[in-house]
Design a protein around this ligand. Sequence first.
Ligand SMILES: Cc1ncc(COP(=O)(O)O)c(C=O)c1O
Length: 414
Amino acid sequence: MNKDTFRSFFPILSKEIEGKKLIYFDSACTYLKNKVSFKWEKDYYMNFSCCSWDREPTYLWSLLYEKITNTRNKTLDFIWASKDDIIIFTSSATDSINRLIFSLDEAKIKTLVVSDLEHNSNYLPQKELSKLKNIKFKMFSYKDIINLDVLEKKLKNLKWDFLLSFTHSSNVIWWNFDIRKISDVVHKYGGYLLVDDTQYITYRKENAVMNEIDFLVFSSHKLWGPTGLWILYINNKVKELVKYSSKVWWWTIQKIKDDWIVMYKPLPDFLEWWVQNFMWILWFNEVLRFLIKTNMSNITNHVLSLTKYFLNKFYCLNLWKYLRVVSYEESSLVTLQWNNWFNVIDFLQYCNYFIPNYFVAFRTWTFCSDVFINKYLNWDKNLMRISFWIYNTRGEIDIFFNILLDYIKKIWKI
Ligand SMILES: Cc1ncc(COP(=O)(O)O)c(C=O)c1O
């Protein structure tokens, strides 16, 4: 398929916004949707719309149930997990982390450890829920986690069984951390590992078995699937850690016997809404079909070549005087920080409202990993992030640099 045909699958790229073409550099936030996926909305309501099984054990539900089970299995294949492992469909990162932490057995996990690199949606629920569940909360510097000797020392000193959360790649600096080595150390000291794969999985192959991951979260909407659908993976070996808690009420029940004995459904249903948005799950099935067929390495290569191209251009143009790169190579994103005390919203406005032919979308202002940004980058007001996916091109990067140079000339009058 040629590049233009491929881009035509994304309707928003061929549309004009206020007479301008869109250049979308914010996939790290959410991915543009392709038109093949849109048909699922119609398909679901026309062909499957029905209630769930023990309420309505119809033929219609059996067809739908088969598709949902198929999506769970495809998700397990996609992350190279074992077929006995568990996939829970949730509605956001925060929701996944909330459900997991609420249902963790406090008798077995007595400390929650997060890195200072975590996204707010992972860090905050853990910090707040640790108070509610009366378990300890600790934050480790990500530098101490990737330095395995330091990690060993820190974990050795932890008196209680723990769950350590770590992002496989950050949405600010990115970095391809060696999760397998971290999981070895975590397991050596009797802990469990929760991996935030949200950014990583968008263009890298995850291997949950090889990396010995206990819990994992990622999003469908950062894989061109629907917004509102998230995935919580639970390794079958640790499913005993997930229990009912009386502190919240979302567990799906099987039955209430004799008015007070409540029986809960087993996983995955136990942690899911029983009549949920099945349409999104069907749509996600289609996304997985595409991704499994496509071969992730093609996506990885395309995205990495764009990052390399962007950085080469940045270095060749000698823009260090104005901006510095704070992310690493080998990434799907480039985070830049303006050297001057400069409000980047001004540049975003320029890209959105003042240039004649294009409307360039990229990330500024808030990066949602506040602990990391406050600690290592001072503040996020002068940060901007350009992120790539398969629909982006070198031509778009060229246009971005032309706009950037033009802006610098205007502002600094050079
Ligand atoms: C690493 C990481 N984790 C979690 C999230 C939260 O995702 P969402 O806002 O879709 O819930 C994001 C969003 O950008 C992210 O980059």
